[in-house]
Design a protein around this ligand. Sequence first.
Ligand code: MN
Length: 231
Amino acid sequence: MTDTEHKSRQELVTANHILAREGVMDAFGHVSVRHPARAGHFLLSRSRAPELVQPDDILEYDAEANALDGAGQAQYIERFIHSEIYRVRPDVVAICHHHSPSVMPFSVAGVALVPVYQHGAMIGRHVPLWDSREAFGDTNMLVTNGAQGASLATALGAHWMALMRHHGATVVGTSLRELVFRSVVACKNADYQYRAMALGPVAGLTEGEIELAAKVPAAAIDRAWDLWARA
Ligand code: MN
């Protein structure tokens, strides 16, 4: 294994721990990163609670979401979310799927998430809602195959986050650290928006504000990463 791949796997372990500790994921949810050398492939833990993920749990998946080295190990049923988004979004390097308590009410009520503060701008000016009923009718509310993953990827389009009706959310980023930052601040944004809506109508940031505020410097993302990654 190259040093680059080793580092990528270590950072993915840290990302799992951060997203669990910051309340984005609990026993469920998963985070992946595109393979640093094989662009069609990605790294993702075997089926395990994110807070418990260790380097040995990280598996390499191919473009069809088959684990290359995962014989006999339980895998995340919803791994097709990752394979299908990587397939159609060459700009995406990392993906997180979760059911955070802060975003669930929006996915249930079908209320649009809008950026309501500086870092919340990273969710982008539109967060689409994917409704699995439109193509698949009644399901068990999971993304269990490539067709469902592809449908979600189509709904996501060129955006940074999609809500999934009565299910949760999927967030993407151009790096693992950016993805972790966006996932955490998106949950904060949902909390703030929910509370603000209890006080009165919420308009959110303007398009110009979103464009400007979404450019969060790498140094700020690293500052948050260092804090969240502390043991
Ligand atoms: Mn799910």
